[in-house]
Design a protein around this ligand. Structure first.
Ligand code: THU
Length: 137
């Protein structure tokens, strides 16, 4: 039997479940704001990440970048993001910060970002969240 391709809704639910699960690993003793992220690569692999804070606050790594770096480490520099989901405390909005938007753009200029905005759940192209993202080439 061949596997049925996952629906858009199925992908979103799967990514959100993985992001919520990853959030449980967050190291956020300073902000107490635990975040998880999960991404699907264009070749169908799933990677997760959580925020990792530091007593030197600026060294904090967001959940999104943790997931992306883990994906690059896992499949190599050609890794391309198809979709990435972010989950913080239930019902608390959490849109990716500017730095993470740029990193998402680097590895997924056509990717979709799933997050809870101030006005509800959003599923938006990164191009919309980061118009004119920086690229070197
Ligand atoms: N944070 C994330 O991990 N992802 C986001 O999209 C927004 C913010 C983290 C960074 C820090 O550990 C905590 O949330 C509070 O800013």
């Amino acid at each position: 039997m061949t596997a049925r391709p996952r629906s858009k809704r199925g992908t979103r639910e799967r990514l959100l479940a993985a992001a919520r699960s990853a959030r449980r690993s967050a190291y956020a003793p300073y902000s107490k704001f635990q975040v998880g992220a999960a991404l699907l690569t264009t070749s169908g692999a799933l990677f997760t990440g959580c925020n990792v804070e530091n007593s030197s606050y600026g060294l904090t790594n967001c959940a999104e970048r943790s997931a992306i770096f883990s994906a690059v480490a896992g499949v190599g520099p050609q890794m391309k993001i198809q979709a990435i989901a972010v989950a913080s405390r239930e019902g608390t909005p959490c849109s990716p910060c500017g730095a993470c938007r740029q990193v998402i753009y680097e590895f997924g200029p056509n990717s979709t970002v799933i997050f809870l905005s101030q006005t509800g759940w959003q599923e938006l192209p990164i191009e919309k969240l980061l118009p004119e993202g920086f690229r070197l080439r």
